[in-house]
Structure formats: structure tokens, C-alpha cells
Design a binder for this molecule. Structure first.
Ligand SMILES: *Cc1c(COP(=O)(O)O)cnc(C)c1O
Length: 232
């Protein structure tokens, strides 16, 4: 695979974010770029950090821990965005600033328990299964309210908002429709907790639709770091 030009890819993605925001009447400053570096080497993260990129997303704990350790000289903000096994909540709670993929009560309680009070509260997004696919992780929209209320009572967590990985759609309208489902869940949750400020949606293929639908954090891997090798 060719080496991706990470500096120019980041510049391109930031321009796309700005263009999408302007086109859809949003302030570009209200959209944070989360660079998804899973499967990519420490050197690629360093290249992105040199461009001023601060937020990085990882899916696999072991791999992430190694990068966090190797890059501890930089002040990066690490987001865990992968499936969470309940026996991994301690390292996740202590090594990351954000967790986007919380979809059940047990995980909320364990992250709260393991986040020491020497650290700032852990930022949390609840992952929602907006497409209703049985294979997708995420809480069903009708079960969200209970989790929002529960998170509000946990002192070491700060509930920030919602995250989804919508089913792929090939048209803008199809993507927008999927993203609006999460957006509607978000506004209902905000009535329960007005402090919520984060809508984590939009990947390389649906960035514009996600911003049109109100995303405040786009999670971009491929468009920055190039295609990923299949995980064996
Ligand atoms: C891999 C991944 C991304 C990035 O996807 P790209 O299509 O490479 O931009 C975003 N969010 C989650 C949860 C991921 O697992």
C-alpha cells in the first residue's frame, strides 16, 4: 500500500468539514475531528499530531495502550470507540479521556467504579443502534432514557451525548435519514439532561450527511490514514 500523505489528508478533511458546515448552516467550529488511528502505527499518529490533530480514536485496547504509552510525550486526547468487554473496563477507564461505545448499565457502573477520583470525570457517549440491525451493538432507542438517567447519578462519569455507526447507505439522502435517527434520539435525551453536547456520528463515507444532521464529532479513519488491512 502507498504511504498516505497524512498532512494533506488532514487538511482535506478539515476543508470538507468546513464546506459541509457552511453548506448546511452550521458553525464549523462546532464540529470536532476525531482521527481514528486503529491498526495504524505510532508514526502515523505522530504525523497527524504534528498537524495539530489532538483527538484520536482507537477500537482495540491492547493496540491502543501501546500507542498511548509510546506517545505519552504528546498531549493527545484518546477516545475508546470499540466494543467493550466488561473485564476490560479498568484499563479503558484509566487510559482514555472519552468512551463512545457504552451500551449497557453494567459497563457504565464499572467505568464509574474504575475511574479514580484523581482523574477528571470520564467523558461518555452512549452507543445507539439506530438501524435496528441485530448484528450491531448499541442500545435500542427506547432503552436510552434509563441509561441517561443512570449515567447522571455516577460521579466519575460525565455523560456527553450519543454515538452511532449507522448501516451504510449509498446516497446522501439515505445517509442523512440514518443520521437524523440518532439526532432525534439526541434531542430527546437532551430534554432529560440539558448538559449533553456531543453527537458522535459521521465516518469517511458519510461525513457531509452527518454534519447536515447535526454531528458535533466526526470519526474519520480511512480519509486520513488510508485504507486499513483486513484484521486477521
Ligand atoms: C473504524 C471506525 C471509524 C472510522 O471509519 P472510516 O470509515 O475509516 O473513516 C469510525 N468509527 C468507528 C466506531 C470505527 O470503528
Amino acid at each position: 500500500m502507498d504511504q498516505p500523505d497524512i498532512a494533506s489528508n488532514i487538511a482535506k478533511v478539515l476543508l470538507e468539514v468546513r464546506a459541509a458546515a457552511e453548506k448546511h448552516g452550521r458553525d464549523a467550529e462546532s464540529v470536532t475531528l476525531l482521527a481514528v488511528s486503529k491498526t495504524k502505527p505510532v508514526s502515523a499518529v505522530r504525523d497527524a499530531a504534528e498537524q495539530g490533530q489532538r483527538h484520536f480514536g482507537e477500537n482495540y485496547l491492547q493496540e491502543a495502550s501501546e500507542k498511548i504509552e509510546a506517545l505519552s510525550d504528546l498531549e493527545l486526547i484518546w477516545h475508546f470507540i470499540g466494543p467493550i468487554q466488561s473485564n476490560k473496563t479498568r484499563p479503558i477507564a484509566t487510559q482514555f479521556s472519552w468512551v463512545h461505545s457504552v451500551d449497557r448499565s453494567k459497563i457504565l457502573r464499572r467505568l464509574n467504579e474504575h475511574r479514580g477520583d484523581d482523574l477528571d470525570p470520564l467523558n461518555i457517549c452512549l452507543q445507539v443502534n439506530v438501524s435496528g440491525e441485530a448484528s450491531k451493538s448499541g442500545v435500542a432507542p427506547q432503552e436510552l432514557a434509563a441509561l441517561v438517567r443512570e449515567a447522571g447519578d455516577l460521579s466519575q462519569l460525565r455523560l456527553r451525548g450519543l454515538m452511532a455507526i449507522p448501516a451504510p447507505a449509498s446516497t446522501f439522502e439515505g445517509q442523512y435519514d440514518q443520521c437524523m435517527r440518532l439526532s432525534e434520539c439526541f434531542y430527546r435525551c437532551k430534554e432529560l439532561d440539558p448538559r449533553l453536547d456531543t453527537l458522535s456520528m459521521g465516518m469517511s463515507a458519510d461525513l457531509e450527511a452527518a454534519i447536515a444532521a447535526g454531528s458535533t464529532m466526526v470519526r474519520i479513519g480511512t480519509a486520513i490514514f488510508g485504507a486499513r488491512a483486513k484484521r486477521s
